[in-house]
Ligand binder design. Structure first.
Ligand code: MD6
Ligand code: FE
Length: 215
C-alpha cells in the first residue's frame, strides 16, 4: 500500500478550538539551539518558587527572559522589567526563541507576533498548575505561544468560565501550542506531571510561554 503523502511531513497542525492550534513536534528540529540559548538565561536568572498574593508557595518554579517578566508576590501578579532576585533587568530574549515563537504564531494565523516576555516554568513529577486565565498582559489581541520540553503533560483547556468543562490536551517534548483571538482568555491548567525521566531533559518538564505583555 502507498503511504499518504501527508504522512511524509510528520504530524499535522491540530486545531483545538477556533483560535487554538497545536503544532506537534514543531520545535524538534531546533531543540539543541534552544537549549543552548536557555542555559545562559538560567544562569543569570535561576528558577525560583514565587509566592502567590495569598502567601502560598507556588509548586511550579519559574524565571523569565525578555524586556518584561511575570512575577508574583504579596502585592499580586504583574509584569516587571527587573528580576526581583537580582534587581537587574531580565536576560534578553534569545533570537532563536523569538524566531520560533514568531514562526509558530504565523502558522496559527497570527502574523507579526513579536513577544516581549518569555515565562519559563519548571515542573517536577507531581507538580501541577491549577486552572487560571492569563490576563496580566496589556493587549489581549496578541496570542500566546507555548513550547513544551521534557516530560509529557496533560494540558487542560477550559472555557471562558472557570466552571466550563475542560479538554485534555497531551503535550510532548517539542510541541508548540498557540492560542489567541476569542480563545485568549480561556481558563487552563496542567495536570500533575507523571513520574518519569525524559531522555534529553531528565526528570522535569520545562514550558516556555511567549507573550506580548507590554503596550
Ligand atoms: C504550561 N502554560 O504549559 C503552562 N498559558 O506549563 C500556560 O499556563 C499557558 O501553555 C497560556 C497559553 C499557553 C500556555
Ligand atoms: Fe497560562
Amino acid at each position: 500500500m502507498i503511504q499518504s503523502d501527508l504522512d511524509l511531513f510528520g504530524p499535522q497542525p491540530q486545531r483545538l478550538a477556533s483560535h487554538t492550534v497545536l503544532l506537534p513536534g514543531f520545535a524538534l528540529g531546533e531543540i539543541e539551539p534552544l537549549l543552548d540559548a536557555l542555559r545562559p538565561v538560567l544562569r543569570a536568572a535561576p528558577f525560583r518558587h514565587m509566592r502567590t498574593p495569598g502567601g502560598l508557595h507556588m509548586a511550579v518554579a519559574l524565571t523569565n527572559c525578555g524586556a518584561l517578566g511575570w512575577v508574583s508576590d504579596e502585592h499580586g501578579y504583574r509584569y516587571s522589567a527587573t528580576d526581583p532576585l537580582s534587581g537587574r533587568p531580565w536576560p534578553a530574549l534569545p533570537p532563536v526563541i523569538l524566531s520560533l515563537a514568531t514562526r509558530a504564531a504565523a502558522m496559527a494565523g497570527f502574523e507579526g507576533f513579536v513577544p516581549d516576555a518569555c515565562l519559563v516554568n519548571h515542573y517536577l513529577p507531581g507538580t501541577r498548575l491549577s486552572l487560571h486565565q492569563d490576563r496580566n498582559e496589556q493587549d489581549f489581541s496578541q496570542p500566546i505561544v507555548s513550547l513544551s520540553l521534557g516530560l509529557p503533560a496533560v494540558f487542560l483547556l477550559g472555557g471562558l468560565q472557570r466552571a466550563d468543562k475542560t479538554q485534555r490536551v497531551p503535550l510532548s517534548h517539542g510541541d508548540v501550542l498557540i492560542w489567541g483571538g476569542e480563545d485568549r482568555l480561556r481558563f487552563h491548567g496542567v495536570q500533575p506531571i507523571k513520574p518519569g525521566v525524559h531522555p534529553r531533559m531528565g526528570e522535569r518538564r520545562i514550558n516556555l510561554t511567549l507573550r506580548k505583555a507590554g503596550s
